[in-house]
Design a protein around this ligand. Structure first.
Ligand code: BEZ
Ligand code: FE
Length: 288
């Protein structure tokens, strides 16, 4: 191995794997190392640039903890998270999208039609739809989680003025696969920029805005769990999401709401402002 050269290094390294190496691991590693080495050769990476890259990763490690993961954020702003989502999204089903760092377990369960607005200020909206299989049949008992920003663009776990589970609920679909809730319109917000990801965005003249969205996790036995987001069609950042999470099937219209047309199980029905919006959105789950 003492005569290793830029031309032989990649193959030499990959030949070191033992006979018991998992074949998929070897396949992934082979491509990863080949692309990494090709990248360094293509740009003729200097020592200073290589050190800077390692410094960035070291800082990402230092700023990460159980609440914040800067590596995931790097993956998000470099488009890797969304690329993995898109590669693994089966056709004919609702697209998946980034989970983001602000999901927490244990959101309180509401009945179908329940209210998530509580004391929150903001434009009110009733969101309703069904969870379906690929044949368009309703899925009963699907577990839905919803979380979103308050009117100030903050998630409850970043805002000491919000209760722990503010604007976070879970719900189970009925026999007709239906879910429904009243909430407020979420606000656009900035991904965290106080770490190395922010430095990278800055250095490349990119902004950190995400279009407003409702996060959903939809899970049902026998189906692949769907992690996704749903965006209003008039959001100014729809075509410039800092983490590339928007898919055309996830963009929905906020129509003018009609109180009389609301289902009787919408518990906030009479309390809603006169100018509330209505959003209809079905989820289609792929088989497991
Ligand atoms: C979010 O949608 O909550 C999010 C996603 C990716 C990075 C930061 C935030
Ligand atoms: Fe989000």
């Amino acid at each position: 191995m003492r005569n290793v050269s830029p031309d032989t290094l990649t193959d030499t390294l990959l030949s070191l794997s033992g006979p018991d190496t998992d074949p998929r691991l070897q396949q992934v590693l082979t491509a990863l190392v080949a692309h990494l080495h090709a990248f360094a050769k293509e740009v003729q990476l200097t020592h200073a640039e290589w050190r800077k890259g390692l410094e960035l990763l070291t800082r990402a490690g230092e700023i990460s903890d159980s609440e914040r993961n800067e590596f995931v954020l790097f993956s998000d702003v470099l488009g890797l998270s969304s690329l993995v989502d898109m590669i693994n999204s089966p056709t004919g089903c609702t697209s998946s999208s980034v989970l983001g760092p602000f999901h927490i377990l244990g959101a309180p369960e509401l009945p179908v039609g329940g209210d998530m607005i509580g004391e929150n200020a903001g434009a009110q909206v009733v969101v309703e739809g069904r969870v379906l299989n690929g044949d368009g049949e309703p899925i009963e008992g699907a577990a839905i989680e919803v979380w979103q920003t308050a009117d100030n663009g903050l998630y409850s776990n970043l805002d000491p003025d919000q209760a722990e589970y503010n604007l976070r609920i879970s719900m189970k679909t009925g026999p007709d696969g239906r879910y429904a809730l009243s909430t407020i319109r979420p606000a656009p917000y900035l991904v965290p920029t106080d770490g190395p990801v922010g430095d990278l965005l800055n250095a490349t003249g990119r902004h950190a805005w995400r279009p407003s969205h409702l996060h959903f996790i939809v899970a049902a036995e026998g189906y692949r769990t769907l992690v996704t987001e749903v965006f209003p069609n008039d959001d100014p950042y729809l075509d410039e999401d800092a983490v590339f999470g928007v898919r055309s099937d996830l963009v929905m219209e906020y129509r003018i709401g009609d109180r009389e047309a609301l289902a009787p199980d919408i518990t906030a029905r009479e309390a809603l402002h006169d100018q509330f919006s209505k959003v209809d959105f079905d989820f289609v789950l792929p088989l497991a």
